[in-house]
Each structure stands twice: as structure tokens, then as C-alpha cells.
Design a protein around this ligand. Structure first.
Ligand SMILES: *Cc1c(COP(=O)(O)O)cnc(C)c1O
Length: 383
């Protein structure tokens, strides 16, 4: 598979394994009963994997709804031919209302000012604006406070221009589904939904689970789950790893653009943070840098794979390029590289593998951020 397809203009690319994406999506679908829905979260260009291309695979695998973070992400999906319902996971500014209605994007709503303006505009266009009501149950990020849901709905429900298509909350600690904080959010959510129903308000689709909660707590699936990171084959936390196998979807590869054997003592890269320690060290340049999501904090700390073996990255990572060293040791004879050889930055090569999680650990972050980063500038090829 390595290098089977690649961009014409650059010796660096992201590979997206559509088969793995399909199997991961199917695995989430299989968690659900026949009346429960799968919402695929494809915000941030599908966590860097390419939103429209991923949405097409998910559509073919039984996805019922898509969720995005911004209005323009929703527009991109509509322009790419996606017809499923699309939920925007926050309340956009009032100035976004025309775009929402034009492209049939459902906002998350939590202020009456937005809800009424949305309804007014919908009526004037002769349509009805669907929305999902976000409920604040403890994360303290967005939503109507769980104790105020009835007041909120009494303020807006008279309006014939809006229709509640769903109510939802979001967990702050879904990775610890037996923990007290998670349980408290669940209880508050149940309370709020129960109060709405008892008072006769339409709730539509009730949902709260992200990837971690979907896997760890089947009792919280309600009418729909919102799966994100797991679709891309990445584990949201250690607890899910043993119980829900997933296949990584993204690999990052590049071809060697130059090789050189500097003399002992020569420096490599900006600031000479690495110096060639002895004779017969080959330095290879790869055309990927921190503007491609390869964080500069990884400098002199990460490895790449070449012919199924690990090589040390050396010198400071530049904006668009970085270097690796091939050193012969008494322990290990390494074949030297040639210009044009493929190296793997994330993914498998033979028996060796560099995971998003390895890179996240080295960077002091989570795989989500690493994957989004690689999606920023590198061209994607779909295999
Ligand atoms: C990002 C997001 C999700 C998906 O979370 P994962 O951990 O990637 O599964 C679900 N719901 C909301 C509101 C989100 O912002």
C-alpha cells in the first residue's frame, strides 16, 4: 500500500484507509439497536481526515446524521453533496442564520434571542428552522442550564418558525463512566429531559454520548450516539482500548528529498541542536514540517520508520522539512536511504508502527490534536 497513490506535486502526503474507516463506522453502528441513530462527528475536516470524502464512506455505512463545529463546515458538506441532517455543535452568531436556513443546517440553540431570530427569519422565508437544544449539565461550556430548560422552552416554543429536532448534552469525563462526575451529568440530563417531556415539550432525538461514553456505557445511548475520534480508529482513552478494537485510518508518509554524509561535528538544522557524532552518519531530508502538523516540540525526540525499522529524527523540525539520521551501530546495521525512498511518520511499515498516541504522548497532548494537525496542509490520498 505504501506509495501506491500519492500527490503529483509534493513528496509528502496523508493516506486515508477507507476500508478501516468503514469498519470503524460499522463497529459503532453495531453498538446500536434498530431504532437508535449514529451521528458521525466530522468537525475540523473530519479530525483532519477530509470531511466530504469521509462523509461519503460513512453515508454508505449507515450514518444517520453528521455533526460539525462551524457553519462553514456544514456548508462544505452540502456543497459536497451530503444530504443527511447536519447538526452544528454550537450556537453561531445571529448573522449566520441565513446560511443555516439556506443550507438546512441545524444549529445547537441555548439562547432565546437566537432561537427567536432564527424562527423569525424562517417564517419570512416560508420554512421552519430545525434546531437541537443544548443542555448544560456540568461541563460549563455551552447549553441551557439543566434547571432552566422549562423556562427556556416556555420563552420560545410559541414560535411557529422553529422546531426542536433534538436535545443533547456533552460529558466532561466520559472516559470514567463509573465516576461520580459522569453519573451526576447523566442524572441532571435525565432530570431535564424528563421535565421537558412531563410538561409536554417536544424533545425529538435525545443524545449525549461521545465515543468514550458510547463504548463504555451502553445505558446512555438514548436515541443517538455522537461518535467522533473512534471513527478514525483512535481510542479516546485507555479504558476503551481492551474492549473496542479500532483500526487507525490515517498514515503520514514522505519521500526522502536529499541525503548527505556531513563530517563529524557538523550541525544539522536551525540552531544546530544536533551535531553529527561520528563518521558515516547519513542525514536524510523529508519534506514535512510544523506547518503540516508535525509539532516543533517533537524535535530530536521522535522517530520515523524506514524499511520496517525506527530512525531518529535529528535537528530542529523546520516549517516545511525535517531531517533524520541513519547511523550504523555495532548492534544494528541499517541500509542507507536513497533520494525518493518512502519513510513513515505515522502508521505501519512492516512490523513497526508509530501511532498517533505515541506522537501525542511525546507532544504532551491527545491524538485528536495530532490528527487535526496533519490534516491542515498535507494532501490526502484515499486508499
Ligand atoms: C467533538 C464532540 C463529539 C465527539 O467526541 P469524540 O470524543 O471525538 O467522540 C461529540 N459531541 C460533541 C458536542 C463534541 O463537541
Amino acid at each position: 500500500m505504501i506509495g501506491r497513490k500519492e500527490p503529483a506535486t509534493r513528496w509528502a502526503w496523508v493516506e486515508i484507509d477507507q476500508g478501516a474507516l468503514r469498519r470503524n463506522t460499522r463497529a459503532f453502528k453495531n453498538l446500536l439497536g434498530p431504532r437508535q441513530r449514529l451521528c458521525c462527528v466530522i468537525k475540523a475536516d473530519a479530525y483532519g481526515h477530509g470531511a466530504v470524502a469521509c462523509a461519503k464512506v460513512m453515508h454508505a455505512t449507515g450514518c444517520d446524521m453528521f455533526a460539525v463545529a462551524t457553519v462553514l463546515e456544514g456548508v462544505e458538506l452540502r456543497q459536497g453533496g451530503i444530504e443527511e441532517p447536519i447538526l452544528v455543535l454550537s450556537e453561531p452568531p445571529l448573522t449566520a442564520i441565513d446560511t443555516l436556513l439556506e443550507y438546512r443546517l441545524m444549529p445547537s440553540v441555548y439562547t432565546s434571542e437566537f432561537a427567536l431570530a432564527y424562527g423569525e427569519r424562517a417564517v419570512s422565508l416560508g420554512t421552519v428552522g430545525k434546531y437541537h437544544m443544548a443542555i448544560e449539565t456540568g461541563m460549563n461550556r455551552i447549553g441551557v442550564h439543566y434547571t432552566e430548560v422549562l423556562d427556556f422552552r416556555r420563552e420560545i416554543d410559541f414560535h411557529r418558525g422553529i422546531q426542536c429536532d433534538g436535545v443533547f448534552t456533552h460529558f466532561a469525563t466520559a472516559d470514567e463512566s463509573s465516576g461520580w462526575d459522569y453519573q451526576l451529568q447523566r442524572t441532571r440530563f435525565d432530570e431535564a429531559v424528563g421535565a421537558l417531556r412531563d410538561a409536554g415539550f417536544e424533545c425529538g432525538i435525545v443524545h449525549c454520548d461521545n465515543t468514550a461514553a458510547s463504548i463504555l456505557d451502553a445505558s446512555s445511548h438514548y436515541d443517538m450516539i455522537r461518535a467522533g475520534i473512534g471513527l478514525y480508529g483512535l481510542q479516546p482513552c485507555e479504558a476503551t482500548r481492551p474492549v473496542f478494537p479500532l483500526e487507525p485510518v490515517m498514515s503520514v508518509r514522505a519521500r526522502v528529498t536529499r541525503t548527505v554524509h556531513p563530517a563529524m561535528g557538523e550541525g544539522v538544522g536551525y540552531g544546530f541542536t544536533y551535531r553529527v557524532p561520528r563518521a558515516r552518519v547519513q542525514i536524510c531530508t523529508l519534506p514535512v514540517g510544523y506547518a503540516d502538523g508535525l509539532a516543533r516540540t517533537l524535535s530530536n525526540r521522535m522517530d520515523v520508520l524506514y524499511r520496517g525499522q525506527r530512525l531518529r529524527q535529528v535537528g530542529n523540525i523546520c516549517m516545511d522539512q525535517f531531517m533524520v539520521a541513519i547511523q550504523q551501530t555495532s548492534m544494528r546495521q541499517m541500509p542507507e536511504a536513497q533520494m525518493g525512498d518512502v519513510m513513515t511518520i505515522v502508521g505501519r511499515d512492516g512490523d513497526a508502527e508509530i501511532t498517533m498516541d505515541e506522537m501525542a504522548r511525546l507532544r504532551g497532548t491527545i491524538s485528536y490534536e495530532v490528527a487535526c494537525g496533519f490534516g491542515m496542509r498535507l494532501e490526502k490520498v484515499y486508499c
